[in-house]
Design a protein around this ligand. Structure first.
Ligand SMILES: *Cc1c(COP(=O)(O)O)cnc(C)c1O
Length: 364
């Protein structure tokens, strides 16, 4: 049996009419940038998250970068992020000229460990960026407490956690701003690149909107040296078609995760830990195994697609050589990077496919 790591086909079949109608609607109107579709999705997504404002952006990286920029974070400032995340979290920080300061994750949850944050706070620290990695919400209470005590901004990276909740409250509502990605593979994905910021702060929302639209608050009036990063009308229309299915798609991921959790029994494979305060949305189902590369190769020969998130920790990436870190600088991030493997997880996996993944892993 061939089981891809991810497939969009079941989702496309479920929403075939809605997606084609969305395309037709925009095409008939022939208005592709800054129109009614963008606004309407922004309203719907703010409503979904439970925030007052949503500003569409070109992608998730820009959502994070524009948030930091709008908060005035710049050269000379430090921003704390987890040492285990996708590179975009760090790129958002360095794009605004600030210095990324890594804090180690909890090996069990994979998320930034609140106990490793306080040590990293200096006079220059301006913000913390919790990343709800793999769809598991961070332990927000101690992070909020630190932010309050040290007067720091919080910019949540929600790129992998659309709809996840911490203590009954949706992620994206804890920070001063939160960045989402709608990259096709995310829990809510466009049919191309797209992103958004959600916030309760009106002035911040307006500034982010302007920064993503050439720094313009009114046509041809430029109050900031801005960027071009807008949510286009077609992607907004596709996202509006998909948003009503998001909870159902997340429930499906939860169901698959439950079957994996109940079915996989292997002495050498560590299953994900779920903080009982959280409702994860399983962007990825992430296991750990000391023989990870052998497990990956074994599953590959059995037709099961897997992925590593991420094979090289950010502090060891070539592009960040100048930060001066080496092997051993962040041992927990390095351990995760060396042992983590993500199993197939997507809306529309069949019972047979899920069962085959479980049985095969148990035979490793
Ligand atoms: C995908 C992702 C991003 C960036 O989103 P893009 O839309 O690809 O720019 C940022 N942070 C995390 C954790 C991500 O997974």
């Amino acid at each position: 049996m061939e089981i891809p790591f991810v497939s969009f086909l079941p989702m496309e079949h479920a929403l075939d009419t809605e997606l084609r109608t969305a395309f037709e609607r925009v095409y008939e109107r022939s208005w592709y940038i800054e129109g009614t579709e963008g606004k309407s999705f922004e309203n719907a997504f703010a409503g979904y998250c439970g925030t007052k404002y949503c500003v569409g952006t070109g992608n998730g990286l820009d959502a994070l970068m524009l948030s930091l920029k709008a908060l005035g974070i710049q050269k000379g400032d430090e921003v704390i992020l987890p040492s285990n995340t996708f590179i975009a979290t760090a790129l958002a920080i360095t794009y605004v000229g600030a210095t990324p300061v890594f804090a180690e994750p909890d090996i069990k949850t994979f998320n930034i460990a609140p106990c490793h944050i306080e040590d990293k706070i200096t006079q220059k620290t301006k913000a913390i960026m919790p990343v709800h990695l793999y769809g598991q919400p961070c332990d927000m209470d101690p992070i909020l407490e630190l932010a309050l005590r040290y007067n720091l901004y919080i910019v949540e990276d929600c790129a992998q956690a659309h709809g996840a909740a911490y203590k009954g409250r949706k992620i994206g509502t804890f920070g001063h701003a939160a960045g989402f990605s709608f990259y096709p593979g995310k829990n809510l994905g466009a049919l191309g690149d797209a992103g958004a910021v959600v916030t309760d702060n009106e002035a911040l929302a307006e500034k982010i909107k302007a920064l993503g639209n050439y720094g313009s608050d009114y046509k041809y009036h430029h109050i900031y040296q801005g960027h071009n990063s807008r949510l286009d009308e077609l992607q907004a229309a596709f996202l509006s078609a998909k948003l009503p299915l998001l909870d159902k798609m997340n429930a499906e991921r939860r169901r698959i995760a439950k079957l994996y959790m109940e079915g996989i029994h292997h002495p050498e494979i560590i299953l994900p830990y779920v903080n009982p305060d959280t409702e994860p949305v399983w962007h990825l189902f992430s296991v750990r195994c000391q023989k990870r590369d052998a497990l990956e190769a074994f599953l590959d020969t059995k037709g099961i697609g897997t992925n590593k998130h991420y094979p090289i920790p950010i502090h060891l990436q070539k592009c960040y050589r100048d930060l001066g870190f080496g092997k051993g600088s962040f041992p927990i991030a390095e351990e995760i990077s060396a042992t983590q493997l993500s199993l197939p997880m997507y809306y529309g996996m069949t019972e047979e496919q899920i069962g085959y993944v479980i049985d095969t892993i148990n035979k490793f």
